[in-house]
Design a binder for this molecule. Structure first.
Ligand SMILES: [Zn+2]
Length: 113
């Protein structure tokens, strides 16, 4: 797979397309253009993969129902379940005065306060 020629057509010059050389049933070798795979969504705190959040082109995601695009809970589609539980716990403790806002780690203050 070296030196795949382009057709020169503007629609094929896009860097968002992935080129693949494919042998047709008739024996010719043609260049097919496909969309690249999108990366997985990551948790904003621990950077682990987020489940329940589909990847793909915006037009494909837009065809889904809103409830299919992210989990329906606080911080759904932003934090993993473990981290969202931790944040909600910090919020409850702050609300009831068990801890002070200085006790919350600086990296989490954007989510808590
Ligand atoms: Zn996380």
């Amino acid at each position: 797979m070296t030196n795949i020629e382009t057709s020169g057509k503007p629609r094929h010059m896009s860097t968002s397309l992935k080129k693949a050389r494919v042998r047709t049933p008739g024996g010719r070798i043609v260049v097919r253009y496909n969309y690249k795979k999108h990366s997985k969504h990551l948790c904003a705190i621990c950077k682990n993969e987020l489940h329940g959040k589909p990847t793909g082109r915006p037009v494909e995601i837009g065809r889904l129902a809103k409830s299919e695009r992210r989990p329906e809970r606080p911080f759904g589609g932003m934090l993993c379940s473990t981290d969202s539980r931790m944040i909600l716990s910090y919020r409850a403790k702050l609300k009831h005065g068990t801890i002070k806002s200085e006790d919350v780690p600086i990296s989490l203050r954007n989510f808590v306060v």
